[in-house]
Ligand binder design. Structure first.
Ligand code: NAD
Length: 356
C-alpha cells in the first residue's frame, strides 16, 4: 500500500480538475488550496468538502504536509511558481504549457536539479483513453513503423477570452493550445528538428480582444527525415464532431493507420482488411466531471496516479522538466518560423538559450 501523497493546488480555475482527481484517488490526499481569489478558494473548499485554503503561496509552500504542488495558474506565471515550489523542497506537477518562453528555462532546470525533486508536465492528452489506447497499439508493433503523424487541436475557444490574462500580449494560443498536438508529435517523433509554418489572427479573435494569432498550420521534420503536421484554430466554429474531432492524432504507419479522437472518446484503426472503431463512451463520466468537456479531471487523475506510482517505484514521471522544455523550445521554433516566414531549426533555438 502506497502512503498517499499530500497535494497542494495553486490556481483554482482548471485547478478544480486536479482537486477532483486528488479527492477521488486513494494515492493522494488534498491538503491545501491556494488562489489569490479567496471567494473562489472558499467555493472550491465547499465543493470538495475541504477546509484548508490560503491566498498566500508562501503559506502553502511552508506546509510540511504538502509533498507535491499542482500548478494551474496563468501560463506566464508557471516559471516563477515552479521555481518557488522547488526551492521549498516540493515535487511539482505543472499543467501545460510548462513555461511559455525559454528565458527562464535554465533557471527551472537548475532549481529542479538542486532540489532533487520531481517535476512532471501535465500533458493531459497523453493520459486520455483513446490516446492511451493508440500509444499501446503503436507500441505493440501491430501498426508497423511510423511513416507520418498528423495532430490537431482546433476548437471554438472564444469563451476563453473572458479570462483577463487571455487578452494580454503574454497569452498565445501557440503555447496554450498547440502545446497539446506538439507534445503528441514529440511523443512519437522525439527527434523533430525543423519546422515551417504560418499563423494568422482571425477577425473573430481580434474582435474578442486577442492580440496574438489564433490560427496555425505547421509542417515538421525529424532527423530521420520523417515529416509531421500540426494544426490549431481557436476562434472559429467547428464542423460536427461526427466528422471532425477538436483534438485528433493520426498515425500513418507501414502496416496500418490509426486515429484517436478527443471529446468523442473514439479510437479508429485499420490494418490490412481488419478495421475497428472503438468507443470509450462508458468512461465519459470519469473523464468529464463538470463544465461540459472544458475540464479534464479524468486525465489528471490518470496522470497524478501515474506520478504517485513512479515515485513509489523510484522512477522519473514523464514528461519531465527536460522533456517539457524541449517541447517549449519546439513551440518557440514554430513561432519563429511564423515570424520569419522560413523553416527554423530546433537546434538554433536550443543553442540560443544554452539548452544543448
Ligand atoms: N488540458 C489541460 O491540461 C488544461 C486545460 C485548461 C487549462 N489548462 C491550464 O491551466 C492554467 C490555468 O488556466 P485556467 O483556464 O484555469 O485559468 P483561470 O484564469 O480560470 O484560473 C487561473 C487561476 O489562477 C489564479 N491566480 C492567478 N495568479 C495567481 C497567483 N499569483 N497566485 C495564486 N493564484 C493565482 C487566478 O485567481 C485564477 O483563479 C493555464 O496554464 C492553462 O493552460 C490546462
Amino acid at each position: 500500500m502506497i502512503k498517499p501523497l499530500g497535494l497542494g493546488v495553486l490556481g483554482l480555475g482548471e485547478g478544480r480538475s486536479i482537486i477532483s482527481a486528488g479527492v477521488h484517488s486513494p494515492l493522494w490526499q488534498v491538503v491545501c488550496l491556494c488562489d489569490t481569489n479567496a471567494a473562489l478558494a472558499q467555493e472550491r473548499c465547499a465543493e470538495f468538502g475541504l477546509n484548508r485554503y490560503t491566498t498566500d503561496y508562501a503559506e502553502l509552500l511552508a506546509d510540511p504536509a504538502v509533498d507535491v504542488v499542482g500548478i494551474y495558474t496563468p501560463d506566464h506565471l508557471h516559471a516563477d511558481h515552479i521555481i518557488q515550489a522547488l526551492h521549498a523542497g516540493k515535487h511539482v506537477i505543472c499543467t501545460k504549457p510548462f513555461i511559455d518562453d525559454l528565458s527562464r528555462a535554465n533557471e527551472v532546470l537548475a532549481a529542479q536539479q538542486r532540489s532533487g525533486k520531481h517535476v512532471m508536465v501535465g500533458q493531459s492528452t497523453r493520459f486520455f483513453a483513446p490516446f492511451i489506447r493508440q500509444r499501446q497499439h503503436y507500441e505493440s508493433g501491430a501498426l508497423g513503423e511510423l511513416v507520418t503523424i498528423e495532430a490537431s487541436y482546433s476548437a471554438d475557444h472564444r469563451w476563453f477570452l473572458s479570462k483577463p490574462w487571455a487578452k494580454q500580449p503574454t497569452f498565445k494560443w501557440l503555447y496554450g493550445g498547440i502545446s497539446h498536438p506538439a507534445d503528441l508529435i514529440r511523443w512519437y517523433l522525439p527527434d523533430v528538428c525543423e519546422v515551417m509554418g504560418y499563423a494568422y489572427l482571425s477577425s473573430n479573435g481580434r474582435a474578442g480582444g486577442l492580440v496574438n494569432p489564433d490560427t496555425y498550420h505547421f509542417v515538421l521534420k525529424a532527423a530521420s527525415g520523417k515529416i509531421a503536421r500540426v494544426t490549431g484554430v481557436y476562434s472559429c466554429p467547428t464542423v460536427p464532431e461526427e466528422r471532425d474531432s477538436p483534438m485528433t492524432c493520426i498515425l500513418r504507419c507501414e502496416r496500418g493507420a490509426s486515429q484517436a479522437d478527443y471529446h468523442e472518446l473514439r479510437y479508429a484503426w485499420k490494418i490490412g482488411e481488419q478495421a475497428a472503431i472503438e468507443s470509450f463512451e462508458a468512461q465519459r463520466a470519469y473523464y468529464f466531471r463538470f463544465g461540459g468537456v472544458s475540464h479534464h479531471a479524468g486525465e489528471y487523475q490518470n496522470y497524478i496516479e501515474y506520478f504517485a506510482r513512479c515515485l513509489a517505484r523510484g522512477e522519473t514521471p514523464k514528461p519531465d522538466a527536460a522533456e517539457g522544455i524541449v517541447t517549449v523550445a519546439l513551440l518557440q521554433t514554430m513561432e519563429e518560423s511564423t515570424i520569419t516566414g522560413h523553416p527554423v531549426k530546433l537546434e538554433t533555438v536550443l543553442n540560443r538559450h544554452q539548452l544543448n
